[in-house]
Design a protein around this ligand. Sequence first.
Ligand SMILES: NC(=O)c1ccc[n+]([C@@H]2O[C@H](COP(=O)([O-])OP(=O)(O)OC[C@H]3O[C@@H](n4cnc5c(N)ncnc54)[C@H](OP(=O)(O)O)[C@@H]3O)[C@@H](O)[C@H]2O)c1
Length: 278
Amino acid sequence: MTGIAPTITLRNGAEIPALGLGTYSLNGDDGAAVISAAIKAGYRLLDTAENYRNEDAVGAGLADSGVPRSELFVTTKFNREWHSVDGARRAFHASIAKLGVDYVDLLLIHWPNPDQDQYVDAVRGLKALLDDGLLRAIGTSNFKPAHLRRVIDETGIVPDVNQIQLSPYHPRTEDRAFAVDHGIVIESWSPIGGSGDDLRSEPVITELAEAKGKTPAQVILRWHHQLGLVSIPRSSSPDRAKQNLAIFDFELTDDEVVAIAALDRHGAGLSDSDTQGH
Ligand SMILES: NC(=O)c1ccc[n+]([C@@H]2O[C@H](COP(=O)([O-])OP(=O)(O)OC[C@H]3O[C@@H](n4cnc5c(N)ncnc54)[C@H](OP(=O)(O)O)[C@@H]3O)[C@@H](O)[C@H]2O)c1
């Protein structure tokens, strides 16, 4: 029995599941079937984006699962062209139409795009949607502490969540400290290292997996959980998706958490959101 992930309370009061399903590349009928199966297996948090062009498949998966909307936590994100107060609202309406829902639990600004210099207004747009009861929580993605500091200084608005690339290769110590200081919950993208098997094959990971009778992915996901991070691993395999959710019945010691973080690649392979984004 996989069970359902525990939740973490966000600063605006919403309860976010501690682990969810990443849905990048889960498109069409096949994607919808994977998403529906994952929800039936216990997933409650789904992470999609305008940019993945799969909000329709996520919506079909939600509907097919039979799980009531109120028990699900749906996250989506919008692109740079919507970085304004009105734009955030238009992006929201486009997303809910594709998802087939009437509210979104968490709406994220996908990338800060500082070259465009409009992310502060995009955050104002999120807050207006939150105040109108159309969102349960608001957030950013790929924001560095400097971007978040500017948002907070100029608007007084503190996002509930910042979703960033974070794994043992990229432990993002300064970003985590900033988040803790401001009551922001971090969501880790590419939490188990993405498509390549490098991270999951690291000896410190495989040895711990062996010792605990768990898989490498489970050890890595447990590491995120013990750091207070929400992770959103993706799998196109129902069995691996189930496996990824089954991390709430074992523990890493503090020393093991530190040993895993020593895989830090000090920025090599990290996306730079000052120059990348859409
Ligand atoms: N905000 C952003 O800018 C941003 C950027 C990137 C990603 N994301 C979000 O984060 C989610 C997760 O990131 P990601 O998809 O890049 O990477 P990930 O979840 O770290 O890794 C996915 C890869 O791991 C494999 N995998 C999954 N479970 C496994 C297991 N138990 N054992 C072995 N291999 C396993 C998957 O293959 P199989 O499918 O074959 O299992 C897939 O190739 C995305 O889907 C998306 O929702 C957000």
